[in-house]
Write a protein that binds this ligand. Structure first.
Ligand SMILES: NC(=O)c1ccc[n+]([C@@H]2O[C@H](COP(=O)([O-])OP(=O)(O)OC[C@H]3O[C@@H](n4cnc5c(N)ncnc54)[C@H](OP(=O)(O)O)[C@@H]3O)[C@@H](O)[C@H]2O)c1
Length: 231
């Protein structure tokens, strides 16, 4: 029986991915910071188990308290993310974004890498963003915090490979997807959630290390890789 954990599975993209995951995982555990949303999710998917988890509130402690649940875990999907348009760098907003995307997500990624490393198997996927490749003054904290996560994943993957580990790390970098997270004016190429989730999941099944969605956003990804961006 295959078992998966979705961190912040109450997210718009996360919920769509849980639908896709039904075909492969009999046992799915979902965390979320909002109890009402978790209850609604459980009504939609009665077989899932839910755990409250705010990634800014000592997530490692919550994961350690539930360590029995992770013994036979095959796959972890990390969907949590915070992002705001904040051109004037309001400190509370920047600090919150960094707290969620860097400290919170970083701690969860680290916890499961170390756990899977010991077992020498497992797959961890993190939703970062193409925003991590393009400096944007209107949302500096968001882009920088996603760049941290992508860099962290790449560096940890390098270490895993050096140790000849069989753990797979996937960095999912969406372009714009039609969810509350897509903020700002003059948005373009905004993809429907179902389309993005389908493309993500097809590539997760193939255990790809880097996933860019939707397909048209790969153009921007290639441009970002060619341009000598100074960062
Ligand atoms: N939509 C886009 O255009 C886009 C593009 C690139 C990357 N992404 C990334 O995709 C992921 C999913 O986002 P989405 O587009 O599906 O938007 P969303 O529905 O707003 O999802 C964001 C998720 O993060 C959770 N979250 C925020 N703060 C948290 C905290 N302190 N503790 C635990 N969970 C927390 C939210 O919980 P609640 O459900 O309780 O609000 C929500 O589930 C995010 O990492 C986002 O950065 C999105």
């Amino acid at each position: 029986m295959k078992k998966a954990l979705v961190i912040s599975g109450t997210s718009t993209i996360g919920m769509e991915l849980i639908k896709q995951m039904q075909q492969d995982y009999e046992d799915i555990i979902v965390t979320g910071r909002n109890q009402k949303k978790l209850e609604a999710l459980q009504q939609q998917f009665p077989q899932i188990q839910t755990i409250p988890l705010d990634v800014t509130q000592n997530p490692r402690l919550v994961l350690e308290e539930n360590e029995n649940l992770w013994k036979d875990l095959d796959f972890v999907l990390l969907c949590a993310g915070a992002g705001e348009i904040n051109p004037s760098l309001e400190p509370e907003i920047e600090e919150h974004v960094i707290q969620v995307n860097v400290n919170g997500c970083g701690a969860i990624l680290r916890y499961f890498v170390r756990l899977f490393w010991k077992k020498d198997k497992g797959h961890i996927a993190v939703i970062t963003s193409l925003a991590g490749m393009m400096p944007n003054g209107d949302a500096a904290g968001y882009g920088a915090s996603k760049a941290f996560l992508s860099h962290y994943i790449a560096a940890i993957r390098m270490q895993l490979k050096k140790e000849k580990s069989h753990v797979t790390l996937t960095d999912i970098r969406p372009g714009l997807v039609d969810t509350p997270m897509a903020k700002g004016e003059k948005l373009f190429w905004v993809a429907p959630v179902e389309k993005a989730a389908k493309q993500i999941y097809a590539q997760l099944r193939r255990k790809k290390e880097r996933i860019i969605v939707t397909k048209r956003w790969k153009v921007l990804y290639i441009i970002c890789r060619i341009l000598p961006l100074d960062h």
